[in-house]
Unconditional design. Structure first.
Length: 333
C-alpha cells in the first residue's frame, strides 16, 4: 500500500502576510531508481528556497540569497532541524506500516508543516499536515496524535516562536538581496494604434511613482495607472498607459519618469525606444494577458486556499483542525 498526500503550495494572497513551509517525502521499501529515499523542500511565500535529498546528502540553495545563509553561522542549526524531522518521519512511516500490516512493498510518507506571519499586525499561526486515509488505522493515529498534549505543546512552541523566527530571518536575507536590484523600465506598444505602456518591473520595496512628462511638464491627461502586481521572485511590477495618437508624441517630447527609493529613472518616448509585438525582444506575455486580470489580484484573505476549508475546530489548549479522510492537521494560533 502507498500512503500519499499531494502537496500544492500556493502564494499567499496578502502582500503583508508571509509563509515559511517545509515539505518532506520519505520512501520506505524497495528503492526506486532515480528517486531518493528522503527528500525535503522549503519554500518562502510559495517560492522554493532550498532542496535536500539522501543521495546528495547536502542542502542545496535554490535562491541566490540563500548562498549567503549557507555560509553563515545559523546554517548548522537549520540543517539539524531538517535532520531531526527526517528521523521522526522514519518512525512515523514504520508505525503506519505496522498498523496497516504492510511490511513489504514501497511506502511513501509525506509531511508539510510551516507558519504564517503578518508583518503589519504581528499575527502568526502554524500548521502541521500528515498523510492519512479514511480507514480505521488512520483514525487511530489521528486521535493518538491529537491527544498527545506534551507533543502538541512542543509543536505549539515551535510554530509560534522558532518557525516565525526562521521566517523573519529569511525575509531579511531576501530583502537585502532584492533591494540591490534596479527597476527595469520599458516602453511597450501592441501596435501603432494602441496606447504606449511604461512598464516598470523588478523593483523592491513596492513603493514606486510613475509619471508621464510632456515637454518637461507633468502630464496626467489620457493616463491610466494600473494596480501594483507581485512578481514570482518577491519583487513588484506596475504599468502606466499613455493614450495619445502617434502624431502627438512625435511632435512633443514625452518621458516616462520613475521614482523609486530616492532614485529617478527616465525613458524618452521615441519610435526606437518602443518595444512592440514586432520587436525582436518579446516582453513576457504582456499582450496576451488582460490589463486587469482578476487572477492576479490580491486580497487580504488570511487563509491560504491550499488549507482545508471543511475542517472542524476542537480546542485542546492549542487549536486543532481535523480533516478526516484527508489529513491530520494541527493549527497553532
Amino acid at each position: 500500500i502507498i500512503i500519499i498526500i499531494i502537496i500544492i503550495i500556493l502564494n499567499l494572497v496578502s502582500n503583508t502576510s508571509h509563509a515559511f513551509i517545509t515539505t518532506y517525502t520519505e520512501i520506505n521499501g524497495h528503492a526506486i531508481e532515480g528517486i531518493p529515499e528522503i527528500s525535503s523542500v522549503a519554500a518562502l511565500d510559495g517560492r522554493q528556497i532550498d532542496y535536500y535529498d539522501s543521495e546528495i546528502k547536502m542542502l542545496i540553495p535554490r535562491q541566490d540569497w540563500m548562498k549567503e545563509f549557507i555560509s553563515g553561522d545559523r546554517f548548522k542549526e537549520y540543517t539539524e532541524i531538517r535532520e531531526r524531522v527526517q528521523q521522526t518521519n522514519k518512525i512515523n512511516i514504520t508505525v503506519l506500516m505496522q498498523q496497516f500490516n504492510q511490511t513489504h512493498g514501497v511506502h511513501t510518507y509525506q509531511r508539510m508543516y510551516g507558519c504564517e506571519w503578518d508583518n503589519e499586525t504581528g499575527y502568526s499561526r502554524g500548521f502541521d499536515q500528515h498523510a492519512q486515509i479514511l480507514v480505521q488505522q488512520g483514525v487511530i493515529t489521528m486521535y493518538k496524535w491529537n491527544n498527545n498534549r506534551a507533543q502538541l505543546e512542543l509543536l505549539r512552541q515551535y510554530y509560534q516562536h522558532e518557525c516565525v523566527n526562521w521566517l523573519q530571518h529569511f525575509l531579511k536575507l531576501r530583502k537585502v538581496d532584492l533591494e540591490r536590484g534596479t527597476p527595469e523600465v520599458s516602453l511597450l506598444q501592441k501596435d501603432p494604434s494602441s496606447p504606449v505602456v511604461c512598464h516598470v518591473t523588478s523593483f523592491y520595496p513596492s513603493g514606486v511613482t510613475i509619471t508621464w512628462l510632456r515637454n518637461g511638464q507633468e502630464h496626467d491627461e489620457d493616463v491610466d495607472l494600473e494596480e501594483l502586481l507581485p512578481n514570482e521572485d518577491g519583487t513588484f511590477q506596475r504599468t502606466s498607459f499613455l493614450n495619445i495618437p502617434p502624431d502627438e508624441w512625435e511632435k512633443n517630447q514625452f518621458v516616462c519618469e520613475v521614482q523609486h527609493r530616492g532614485r529617478t529613472f527616465r525613458k524618452i518616448l521615441t519610435a526606437d525606444e518602443i518595444k512592440s509585438n514586432n520587436s525582436k525582444l518579446l516582453i513576457g506575455s504582456l499582450w496576451g494577458t488582460p490589463r486587469r486580470d482578476p487572477c492576479l489580484k490580491h486580497t487580504n484573505e488570511k487563509t491560504p486556499t491550499s488549507w482545508p476549508a471543511t475542517a472542524s475546530d476542537v480546542t485542546t489548549g492549542a487549536t486543532i483542525k481535523q480533516a478526516l479522510g484527508k489529513h491530520v492537521i494541527h493549527f497553532f494560533v
